[in-house]
Ligand binder design. Structure first.
Ligand code: BES
Ligand code: MN
Ligand code: ZN
Length: 532
């Protein structure tokens, strides 16, 4: 391996922070050598069944008699009820090869969903990791008699384990702590007829969680280490690994394309902008899905400077870009047959002698003139040019993701849900269904004409901000203005996701550790899969 390739691989491993190996075996879980085995229990069950029943029998005083083992005793004592995400650790005293059993509650059987499986798997895996376990084996929760599809359940279990144990330690100088994570995660399936489905699902879960963890790491990286040029270069490396296409426009090429919004926001920063195009089928024809992500590597607000309190969170203002990049990575690695394109405008919003200012009038890529009222409403300016650029692909549908407004956070709550806007009922439905399927919270909002009225300008075609009220709807209307033209009422089916509320998670919960959430990757990948 060349020196450069070695360096790249080292950085990649460091970045992924966990090289957790995922395997699938056909075996009885109680026979498996491991540091911990994970089995489950439904709420309200008076006896462990399935794999938990087999482990229980092996842990009985009289070997093999059902209902007599350590798990049964725990239930009878009332110490474990099977409530969703409840965990208990049992020590096996040499009765099975694994010294520990981790028991996780799935909640009531009739309430079981894929996301509950993902969460329970995450909680159990984190418990194992925190106990220092290196080799962990677990069953496919819900893959047995519960009516969930075995492939989808296996995907959820692996996603849960990889997402819940994610750590960002790139800037911790303590190397030993860095290594502490699960090395091997083995999915154990006893039923031979399900092995193929479980193996497929496990692989899919691994690649999708990889996309989410990529997004989390890009968000967590500080902006002095991840400016537009650095993120664009990272995209090129990722694209080579995932076998997808990547084109990067530098500032000159952005200017040649007359992307006036991107140029205006960029002009206050010493770090030049980039425009990245990722393409899962670089020599493919046919109508692609196009994903657009807001990539503001840091948002100071510019001349309309933000309040310093909490400004450090604005390193996550490229969360939309991270979602698109993570999704394209996963789509490439999954080798999905359909074509998906990611458009990522990258810029840093800074004040300074060269910065654009309130009252400036700029000309966007589509010729629209915009009067700048607030330089802090920068996201819509860079997205507008990217949305216009998207028309050349004659897309089957477009989704943009952006940490666009504080108003979206106020409306729906931090870490609770993102807001969805769309010019097409069926397209909105499809996206909502994808989000629901993969457990990402998304709520539809209206695009009333009144929001557009507010954007009238005395000197230009439109202004970039208006009143405080309905700030989330007004920003969505601004974007819609660049999707639809006078002549071409609906250039394409479009949806906008304002994910400002989904940047960071303040408390570890389920498979979401405290820190960057990596929101949006799973919905985009699921949307792409649903098109096959
Ligand atoms: N990146 C911010 C939005 C944001 C705020 C995300 C808080 C996450 C948390 C965006 O660029 C912005 O500054 N929006 C302004 C718009 C306003 C000037 C119309 C906002 O929401 O205050
Ligand atoms: Mn801003
Ligand atoms: Zn911003």
């Amino acid at each position: 391996m060349s020196r450069a390739a070695q360096d790249a691989e080292f950085r990649f491993n460091r970045m992924m922070n966990s090289r957790m190996k995922i395997r699938v075996v056909q075996k009885q879980i109680q026979a498996l050598p491991a540091d911990a085995v994970i089995v489950n229990l439904f709420e309200g069950a008076d006896m462990p069944t399935g794999a938990a029943g087999a482990v229980d029998a092996a842990l009985g005083a009289t070997d093999g008699i059902p209902g007599d083992g350590a798990i049964s005793r725990l239930i009878r004592l009332g110490d474990f009820t099977g409530k969703h995400n409840e965990v208990a650790v049992l020590y096996t005293n040499g009765l099975i090869p694994s010294p520990r059993v981790i028991l996780v509650g799935l909640g009531r059987k009739e309430h079981l969903t894929l996301d509950r499986v993902r969460q329970a798997s995450g909680v159990a895996a984190r418990k194992a990791r925190d106990l220092g376990c290196r080799r962990v084996a677990g069953v496919v929760h819900g893959g047995g008699m519960s009516g969930l599809d075995a492939r989808a359940a296996a995907q959820a279990v692996v996603e849960g384990a990889l997402l819940a144990t994610y750590q960002f330690r790139e800037f911790k100088s303590d190397g030993a702590a860095q290594a502490r994570n699960i090395d091997d995660f083995t999915l154990v399936e006893f039923n031979l007829s399900r092995i193929q489905a479980v193996s497929r699902g496990a692989r899919e879960g691994e690649l999708i969680a990889g996309g989410v963890n990529t997004a989390r790491t890009l968000i967590n990286r500080p902006p002095n280490h991840l400016n537009p040029a650095a993120l664009a270069a990272w995209c090129e490396e990722m694209a080579a690994r995932a076998h997808i296409g990547c084109t990067v426009y530098n500032e000159r090429e952005i200017a040649e394309n007359r992307m006036g919004g991107l140029l205006a926001v960029a002009q206050g920063s010493a770090n030049a902008p980039r425009f990245v195009i990722l393409d899962s089928k670089p020599d493919g024809r046919g109508q692609p899905l196009v994903f657009v992500g807001k990539g503001v590597t840091f948002d100071t607000g510019g001349i309309s400077l933000k309040d310093p309190a909490g400004m450090e969170n604005m390193k996550a203002d490229m969360g939309g870009a991270a979602a698109v990049i993570g999704a394209l990575q996963a789509i490439g690695e999954l080798e999905l047959p359909g074509r998906a394109i990611g458009l990522v405008p990258l810029v840093e919003n800074m004040p300074g002698g060269q910065a654009f200012r309130p009252s400036d009038v700029i000309t966007m890529m589509n010729g629209t003139t915009v009067e700048i009222i607030s330089t802090d409403a920068e996201g819509r300016l860079i997205l507008a040019d990217a949305l216009h650029y998207a028309k050349r692909y004659e897309p089957r549908g477009v989704v943009d993701l952006a940490t666009l407004t504080g108003a979206s956070v106020i409306a729906l709550g931090e870490g609770v849900a993102a807001s969805l806007f769309s010019n097409s009922e069926p397209w909105a439905e499809l996206i909502l269904r994808s989000a629901r399927h993969c457990g990402e919270r998304l709520w539809r909002m209206p695009l009333y004409n009144e929001y557009g009225e507010k954007l009238k300008s005395d000197v230009a075609d439109i202004r970039n901000t208006a009143a405080r009220n309905a700030g989330v709807g007004i920003s969505a209307w601004f974007l819609k203005r660049f999707v639809e033209t006078e002549r071409n009422k609906e250039a394409y089916r479009w949806a906008h996701i304002d994910m400002a509320s989904m940047m960071f998670n303040t408390d570890t919960k389920g498979y979401q550790p405290r820190g960057a959430m990596g929101y949006g990757v799973r919905t985009l990948v699921e949307l792409a899969r649903s098109q096959e």
